[in-house]
Design a protein around this ligand. Structure first.
Ligand SMILES: Cc1cc2nc3c(=O)[nH]c(=O)nc-3n(C[C@H](O)[C@H](O)[C@H](O)COP(=O)(O)OP(=O)(O)OC[C@H]3O[C@@H](n4cnc5c(N)ncnc54)[C@H](O)[C@@H]3O)c2cc1C
Length: 426
């Protein structure tokens, strides 16, 4: 179980899809994309019956497992493969901010402020290599006219309590979410206008004049379908050999005692992204610390307790390197979660069959981009004339993966090489 989910009180009993139903709109997947689509539909077609089905409890999947950085800026800025120009970046920033404001309106309406804090994010470098990446990032921000603050090691220590970092960059536009709390709160808020069935995995889809969605105990006939199942688009028969299934992992400490918090110092709430993408993301949430690192290639879309435990050892090493004053800290929660990536970093978006729409595969940035493409899929499906829909439709589709055995051999090798290069940033 993710720590974010574990910190919430247990949910009420789920409503499982049973028997035959008819709906004007059916959304499969209740993560960021699915719930954004549901909320947008409830605004665009208020009298229609909108049904959402999810295989699990809301917040159990990646939507409630992520690190909660809802980032307004293009994430790749400064990376060595970065290929966007200023016009592309400005458009991306506008779209990301529109998605954040869409979420913020829901936060205000449903009283979710404790799960959604406009705190900004820190980037931390632990090496010369990391500092170089951050300087590149800052140059891009300057070119775009985006504000940032540069921090040296002692300034970062004042925030984090750790003298591990040699420098950093702060950008103000990121929202820090408690992802499971936010996503569950969003589902509860929507439940007066939208019906949400949980623990109801879609086992088959038949498309036609009326589409049929089947789950183990129920069935929905629906003229319009929005698929927001992230990498499981492939399980439903779409985007075959175009989606990369990668897992990443996190551990959350037990609560730190008052004396441990005093020994740590720093501020109680902050989130820090590593300068190198293969480094460790760290969050402090009051009396606990969360560490996330490591990516594994899992084309079968599942991980195991053994893999989570092995990677937990890497989390412990990264934790000790940053917070030696806390000794061998026990982790109360450890978990892994599924990311959907594409080779060209393109999302899966659009109308893939008549009245079948998709929004997914947001390349590990789905808290904002899942929201964005979910709300745009609803707008596209409802025929709403929004300029951002045209922008999203003009983006490329996920490109084909390399043929086997190149993926099975090459993807883990590439991850291994990137991990080595991250060095101290891990
Ligand atoms: C450890 C970790 C850290 C991360 N950190 C960040 C971060 O800081 N910021 C960020 O932006 N992103 C982060 N991500 C990525 C982010 O979680 C995803 O991009 C995001 O959840 C994608 O949203 P989504 O709605 O497209 O898909 P998901 O959240 O995966 O939701 C898809 C839903 O579809 C359901 N589903 C799948 N198949 C079926 C089926 N057959 N029938 C019914 N339902 C089905 C699933 O149960 C799931 O609830 C992180 C991910 C992980 C694992």
């Amino acid at each position: 179980m993710s720590g974010w989910y574990g910190l919430l009180s247990p949910p009420k009993a789920p409503e499982v899809l049973r028997g035959r139903h008819e709906a004007d709109w059916t959304i499969v997947g209740a993560g960021f994309a699915g719930l954004a689509a549901a909320r947008r539909l409830s605004q665009l077609v208020p009298g229609d019956r909108v049904v959402v089905v999810d295989a699990q409890r809301v917040g159990w999947g990646a939507a409630g497992r992520n690190s909660g950085f809802m980032i307004d800026l293009p994430h790749e800025l400064g990376g060595e493969n970065y290929g966007g120009g200023p016009e592309h970046d400005r458009k991306r920033i506008r779209m990301n901010r529109a998605a954040i404001e869409f979420s913020a309106a829901a936060v205000d309406e449903y009283g979710l402020q404790r799960f959604f804090v406009r705190a900004g994010k820190f980037h931390g470098a632990a090496s010369e290599h990391g500092l170089g990446v951050l300087r590149d990032f800052e140059n891009h921000l300057t070119g775009l006219g985006e504000p940032f603050d540069r921090l040296d090691g002692p300034q970062l220590k004042k925030i984090t309590g750790s003298d591990f970092f040699v420098g950093g960059t702060f950008t103000p536009g990121t929202v820090m979410a408690q992802p499971a709390g936010f996503i569950r709160g969003l589902a509860e808020g929507l439940s007066t206008r939208v019906q949400i069935f949980e623990q109801s995995p879609v086992t088959s889809l038949r498309t036609g004049k009326l589409h049929t969605v089947k789950t183990p105990e129920g069935e929905i006939s629906t003229p319009r379908l929005i698929l927001t199942v992230n990498g499981h688009l492939e399980s439903l028969g779409f985007f075959k050999k175009r989606l990369l299934h990668v897992f990443t992992y996190a551990s959350m400490t037990r609560p730190l005692s008052k004396s441990e918090q005093a020994a740590l110092g720093g501020e109680p709430y902050w989130g820090l992204i590593p300068a190198d993408p293969m480094g460790s993301t760290i969050r402090r949430i009051g009396d606990r610390i969360v560490v996330r690192n490591t990516f594994t290639y899992n084309p079968d879309m599942s991980t195991s307790d053994k893999q989570i435990a092995q990677i937990g050892a890497a989390h412990d090493r990264s934790f000790r390197a940053r917070f030696p004053m806390l000794g061998d800290m026990a982790m109360e929660f450890r978990w892994g979660g599924h990311l959907c990536l594409s080779l060209n970093s393109a999302p899966a978006f659009g109308e893939i069959e008549e009245r079948v729409f998709v929004a997914g595969c947001c390349n590990g940035l789905g808290t904002v981009q899942g929201t964005l493409y979910g709300m745009l899929a609803a707008a596209l499906a409802a025929g709403s004339d929004e300029p951002m829909v045209a922008d999203a439709l003009s983006e490329p589709a996920p490109s084909r993966l390399y043929p086997e055995p190149l993926m099975t051999i090459g993807a883990p090798l590439k991850l291994w090489a990137m991990r080595r290069r991250a060095g101290r940033e891990l």
